[in-house]
Design a binder for this molecule. Structure first.
Ligand code: PRX
Length: 651
């Protein structure tokens, strides 16, 4: 880690806002002042300005039942109405909400009026399937407009969506459906990825039938996208287009309490079982709309905004669906991969739609860097005026490349730190105000209180690394872990009592700008996606040839971290299979158990694992081995010689 810090600290260039950008910026220094003067009044103002309430709230925050917050809790609203109908009522129905670009090259522009009409029909269709407020609906879709429609239709009914990323396996999908006891699943026959149709419906079928299935599920709505052949259970499956065309066109959005659950999104933690992060309505919408407006400087009349995240992740929820649509923005959504059918695909899309704001992950930027600047240079990217980064630390080299080659050396870059749990952006520069420092996420947003503390909760000094904590509740904070409030308290609050522990290491520099230093727990970050070492280890030991497994996230030039596994085979299997065969088989096994995103990049078959006297695997030492570094302190190991055995087997 010290290498990384040195590397980060050596970038000393500073980028002050240009006078032109500052003159038109949404943000002003008053935001910080107002929030400092009265944090709660500041958030109440945002909630009143950015959200339409059926019943205005009179209470801003109720923290008496900490750590479960209630924000604006005597107010009532409908989140879907806020993202749709109110824009149409304001005369903006003809504004494009979504420019959809399919991977094969098909495209569709969908106006706010059209999107509202679709969502109304979908809400009626769901209602006729028995969905009402509080019910859970699982969504397992490609990145197509119907995914957005499905989310907003569920929200419109006061029901709760659980979007599961389309790359997850049947087993991962099933466990999420079971945990939330979903009544309906919305999926597609398949979607386009890497030039081919990637089937989704068969995975849903398997999730609902194999290994006990998911008995709570009554119906499956299927969007036709890939036109691939699918098996059909007429008692359970319905085509989306049939359900919508027979549904009534009109649907009046009912108001719900501000604390009405809006969605559950599963994310990896330090144990094998993913956590269902619960978000509610009024506070979540306030903070996502607020951050979207000020961090991205959105001008809904003129901007074309593109966040490249999939709706299966929190970034897709907050900055494709809720924030941008609440603000009436026009955005691009793209179904496929960045390099299909050619490596310039993203830049072609930027040129085609005149994208002005681009929000993506450092991994994507680093892979473009590798391909060479000639590729974006072949397109007209002059429309771009602001860039965003999310999901992992952005190294200064990638920052500067992004700035120069994508942003035309004039677009500010906002490096946004946040998490599934925080719901919205927490730390970021404000464009037009902040002097940018490549590699640093810089400042807590107005209304957000962050500190860096040591193991005992004592704030550390400048330039001293520590643990990132959030010291005051915030509107879009998680309200708990679905079905497991004890785990919520244990995971985030038990360590420091009154402070939310984020799981990230960080430091303030001499200017009190914040630098993220990666996770301090057993969570990995691969291409900006969270993976749990424990979850992958349990997938590995589930295989009959595996006796023991340890997984670490090892530094990787492109993906930030890569999954590296150390596996001990059962004695009876060691002679029967070569290490190469075992490794190939186990990589495939993990992909089937969890999903391709969790597939280890390397698996080493070893005969021992380094353990402390209490039997804990020393992952830190395995990371040293995987990264080819000198091995750290081994004094607490039962048998320090184990490391040389492992190193010899690996190298
Ligand atoms: O470690 C931090 C990293 O991603 C984690 C959150 O992952 P997830 O819940 O999947 O949400 C990702 C999208 C918000 C954090 O604990 N992370 C996120 N953004 C940044 C980051 N690390 C450094 N810099 C960032 N800008």
């Amino acid at each position: 880690m010290s290498d990384t810090i040195d590397n980060l600290m050596h970038e000393s260039r500073r980028f002050a806002p240009s006078a032109d950008f500052a003159a038109q910026a949404n943000a002003s220094a008053d935001l910080y002042q107002d929030a400092r003067r009265d944090r709660l009044a500041f958030w109440a103002t945002q909630a009143r300005e950015l959200v339409s309430w059926n019943t205005p709230f009179t209470r801003t925050l109720d923290w008496t039942n900490a750590p479960v917050a209630k924000w604006f809790d005597d107010g009532e609203l409908n989140v879907s109405y806020n993202c749709l109908d109110r824009h149409v009522e304001a005369g903006l129905g003809e504004r494009v909400a979504l420019h959809f670009e399919g991977e094969p090259g098909d495209s569709r522009d969908i106006t706010y009026a059209q999107l509202t009409a679709e969502v109304k029909r979908a809400a009626n269709a769901l209602e006729s399937l028995g969905i009402s407020a509080g019910d859970r609906v699982a969504i397992y879709m490609p990145m197509i407009p119907e995914a957005v429609v499905a989310m907003l239709a569920v929200a419109r009914l006061g029901a709760v969506h659980s979007v599961v990323f389309g790359g997850f396996s049947a087993e991962s999908l099933r466990s999420r459906i079971q945990d939330a006891a979903a009544k309906v699943v919305i999926t597609a026959d398949g979607g386009w990825r890497k030039g081919k149709v990637f089937a989704l419906k068969p995975t849903v079928d398997e999730a609902l039938t194999a290994d006990g299935g998911a008995p709570t599920v009554e119906k499956v709505l299927v969007v036709q996208r890939g036109k691939n052949d699918v098996a059909w259970d007429a008692s359970r499956d319905l085509w989306w287009h049939d359900a919508l065309s027979s549904a009534a066109a009109e649907h009046t959005a009912q108001p719900f309490e501000a604390e009405q659950p809006l969605f559950i999104l599963y994310t990896s933690g330090t144990t094998g079982k993913p956590k269902g992060i619960l978000h509610t309505s009024g506070g979540y919408l306030t903070q996502t709309a607020f951050t979207h407006k000020y961090v991205f400087d959105i001008k809904p009349e003129t901007d074309v905004y593109w966040c490249t995240a999939d709706v299966g992740w929190i970034t897709g929820h907050s900055y494709v669906v809720y924030g941008p649509l609440a603000n009436g923005a026009t955005q691009v959504i793209y179904e496929g991969t960045p390099d299909t059918p050619h490596p310039g695909r993203w830049w072609e899309i930027v040129q085609k739609y005149g994208v002005t704001i681009l929000y993506t992950a450092p991994t994507a930027i680093r892979s473009f860097m590798k391909l060479g600047h000639e590729i974006p240079a072949a397109y007209d990217l002059s429309s771009i005026r602001l860039l965003g980064s999310v999901g992992e630390p952005i190294n200064p080299e990638a920052w500067v490349w992004y700035f120069e080659n994508i942003g035309g050396a004039h677009s500010p870059i906002v490096d946004t730190w946040w998490q599934t749990e925080t719901g919205g952006i927490m730390v970021s520069p404000l464009p037009g105000i902040t002097t940018l420092k490549p590699g640093s996420a810089q400042q807590p947003l107005p209304g957000i209180s962050i500190d860096i503390v040591d193991e005992h909760g004592t704030p550390v000094g400048k330039d001293e690394g520590g643990l990132l904590v959030i010291t005051e509740p915030w509107p879009s904070m998680l309200r708990g872990i679905w079905g497991d409030m004890d785990r919520y308290v244990d995971t985030y609050w038990a360590k420091f009592g009154d402070k939310y522990f984020a799981g990230d290491g960080a430091r303030f520099d001499q200017d009190v700008d914040l630098w993220l230093l990666g996770r301090v727990d057993d969570v990995m970050n691969v291409s900006g996606h969270r993976l749990s070492t424990a979850e992958i280890e349990s997938a590995l030991v589930d295989n009959h040839i595996v006796a023991e497994a340890a997984v670490v996230g090892a530094a990787d030039e492109t993906t930030g971290q890569a999954v590296v596994a150390f596996v001990i085979l059962k004695a009876r299997d060691v002679e029967k299979i070569t290490p190469a065969e075992a490794s190939a088989m186990l990589r495939q096994h993990v992909a089937e158990k969890i999903g391709a995103i969790a597939r280890p990049s390397r698996i080493f078959i070893v005969s021992e694992l380094p353990k402390t006297r209490s039997g804990k695997i020393m992952r830190r030492l395995l990371r040293d081995v995987a990264e080819g570094r000198p091995i750290g302190d081994t004094t607490t190991l039962t048998d320090p010689a184990v490391l040389s055995v492992i190193s010899a087997q690996v190298h």
